[in-house]
Design a protein around this ligand. Sequence first.
Ligand code: ADP
Length: 392
Amino acid sequence: MAAVEPGTGALTPITVVGLSPEDEQRWWASWDEHAYLFQHLHPSVVATLRAGEPVLLDQAHSRLPIWHGSSPECTSHLLVPMQIGETLVGMLRLSDGARGKASLSPNKMAVTRSIARLGALVLEHERLLRERAQAQANELALREAQEQMDTFLAIASHELKTPLTYIKLNIQLTRRRLEKLLRKDCGMPEELSQKATLVLQEFAQTEHQVAQLERLVNDVLDVSRARSGKLDLHLKSTDLGAIVREAVGEQRKAAPSRTLVLQLPATQPVPVYADAGRIGQVVTNYLTNALKYSPAEQPVVVGLDVASNEARVWVRDQGPGLPPEEQVRIWERFHRVKGIKVQSGTGVGLGLGLYICRIIIERHQGQVGVESTPGQGSTFWFTLPLAPTKQA
Ligand code: ADP
């Protein structure tokens, strides 16, 4: 009996019975590692076996290793296919021995085919066990790789954070000193003051780049914290309306050429029990994405709606929109949608922002989501439970 690899037709010996110990040894030794069905049998024979029909062959027809070990008197061999469904997974060979042709009575043929079917089931069972072991090994390797990546990201972001903060503070300090010097009008020659103004502009650009870098490092740091369960929240009663107003105000300053429309409810404050800094981070992320992925001339609308027990913040843009499958995947770590281009502002992004938003909102017992139609923009939203208001 030999197994057939369905994809390649590679043959693996399984067992042999009815040979003398010496012949049996010879049979095992005769198999090389690279025996293939197609190399040893005529294509018409292979086709018949694949169709599930037995084939009667004589010795001269094949150099198949499955022949070896037969006694010299053997003149014919019956090959019975072993199938799972339509797939050939093995072959059973019966040799005639010294007693004449290997043809079988219908009864014996039925028994032989049953044996072949049983053998096929055993082979399939073995294969499934092997596959499961392989899948388990793969999963383990994947988990280990992910753990290594988490460790690397945690160390890298942590180590980058300190020097980055130092650089940022130094640039700020030097810029302020220079501004003060220029304001003082301490008799600085015109040429020097022009050069200092130029340096100030360069400082502003560097500060902008450092801010981008800081945002990326903070994102990675947040992801590491979230995955190790160390994303601490500082919860207290706070006004969601104020958080949204502040985030919008910051983006209006950062992108003065853009139109940002704010729609707040008539009744304010909107009380929530939340970490104001983290919720502001979510609103800012939605806003910066809306600005980044939509054309510069299109407005972005931000709203806050209040229902009986929850508040809903939404950010609507007229960008490219997202197909349904991407509306689910964008909340995963490192996921960025192919073909969605940055239309205005900077292209820096690791695909972490929305993942962090989801973690933050879920930790507040809220929900995140997006409504979008490709070509017609997107509305990203999140909800938060309303905090009970104090009775007068
Ligand atoms: P990134 O830093 O890449 O923007 P995010 O996690 O914030 O990371 O967003 C993940 C991906 O979702 C983005 O790379 C982009 O492909 C898509 N995306 C996010 N916001 C929008 C939007 N407003 N319109 C269209 N696509 C968006």
